[in-house]
Design a protein around this ligand. Sequence first.
Ligand code: 13P
Length: 247
Amino acid sequence: MGRKFCVGGNWKMNGDKATITELAKVLTTGPLNADTEVVIGCPAPYLSLTRSLLPDTVNIAAQNCYKVAKGAFTGEISPAMLKDLNIGWVILGHSERRAIFGESDELIADKVVHALAEGLKVIACIGETLQEREAGQTEAVCFRQTKAIADKVKDWSNVVIAYEPVWAIGTGKTATPEQAQEVHAALRKWFTENVSADVAAAIRIQYGGSVTAANCRELAAKPDIDGFLVGGASLKPEFVQIVNARQ
Ligand code: 13P
C-alpha cells in the first residue's frame, strides 16, 4: 500500500502554557514510531510555543484558517501567517467548525484550496451525524462533503482526509473497526471513480472519534485506516501509544 500512517492530535480549545509544556515533554520523550507522521493541532495562541517545544519530527497544525491571504477579516488567521510561524499543517472542516460556526462545504473547500496554494498540508474532516447515519445517509453525506473539496482541489498530495463520524466525537462511542473500515473503503472507491485510481491508492484516510490507547490497535489493523485524528486522548500521555498503534 505504501501509505505512511498519520496520527493527528486535535487539542481543540484546551491547554495552557503549563499543560502544553508538560505534554510536549511526554511527546518529546515518546518514543514515537518514526514510520508514523505525527501532527499536533494546537490552539492558535500556542502555535509558536508548541513549535518551539517539540522536535521537528513532530508537525504542528492550526485548527482553522481563512480562505484569503490577508485583509479586513477580524479574528481570522491566514495560511501565510501560519507559514511565517513555521507551522506546516492546518485542520479544516472539523464537524465543530461546521456545526457550531456554520461553515459550509463550499467555504471549507475554498479554505482547503487556499491553504494548499500557500504550501500548507491539510487535514480535511468529513463525517455524518447520528441522525444521518440512522437515516442511511452516511455515504451520501461523506461523498457530498468530499465532492465539495474535490470540485476545487486538483493536487491531493498534501491532503489527508479525516473521517470523523459526529456521533463518535467526544462520546466514548467509537465506530467499530468494521464500521470505520466500511466507510473508509467506500471513500477510497469514491476517489477511484471520481478523482483517479492513483489518488485513491495514495490518499490517507484517518479515523477520528473516541480513539484511545485501548481501541487504536484494532482500528489501525484495518487496511483502509491510515491513521487517526484524536481529540480527548491527545491531551494525555496515552497519545504516544496511539501514535504507535500500527504494528
Ligand atoms: P475525541 O477523540 O475526543 O472523540 O475527538 C475526536 C475529534 O474530534 C478529533 O478531531
